[in-house]
Design a protein around this ligand. Structure first.
Ligand SMILES: [Zn+2]
Length: 144
């Protein structure tokens, strides 16, 4: 379980204790890498494993994971807040259709272009490009 070890290392190197809820949450997020998890799913999972986990501590842990770029928060139209695993993935951006709510991962091409433009225009490099674009997909876009 290399990934889990890497992530645990990230936590400890950021001076975080590996508490049981944190470890479970980490595992859950890893096991559901390709899913966009709702807060309720996370909460249900933790409540099933542990006798009592309060909402605020789940929130805090999710915030921590966000800050460490382990997960990203997406605000999906009609669906609400979702958490998506992004750690060790090169592309950290999503584009989401405001009409149908469909979310897609951005391609690396776009990522590279944004990175080049950021460097070109602002002299800025090694940015963490965690971006979410909201707009309309080709099926939903309204003709002008
Ligand atoms: Zn759409």
């Amino acid at each position: 379980m290399k990934k889990h070890k890497d992530l645990t290392h990230i936590l400890t190197s950021n001076k975080m204790r590996i508490t049981t809820p944190r470890r479970l949450l980490l595992q859950y997020v890893l096991d559901n890498k390709n899913k966009q998890l709702s807060f309720k799913e996370v909460q249900d999972f933790l409540n099933e494993k542990l006798a009592s986990v309060d909402r605020s501590s789940i929130y805090r842990n999710l915030e921590t994971f966000k800050r460490l770029d382990i997960i990203q928060e997406l605000n999906l139209p009609k669906v609400g807040k979702r958490f998506q695993y992004v750690f060790d993935r090169k592309v950290h951006h999503f584009y989401i259709c405001k009409a149908c709510g469909k979310s897609n991962k951005g391609k690396e091409d776009l990522f590279n272009k944004i990175e080049a433009a950021l460097k070109d225009i602002h002299g800025f490099s090694k940015a963490n490009l965690s971006l979410v674009f909201y707009g309309y997909c080709s099926k939903c876009v309204r003709p002008l």
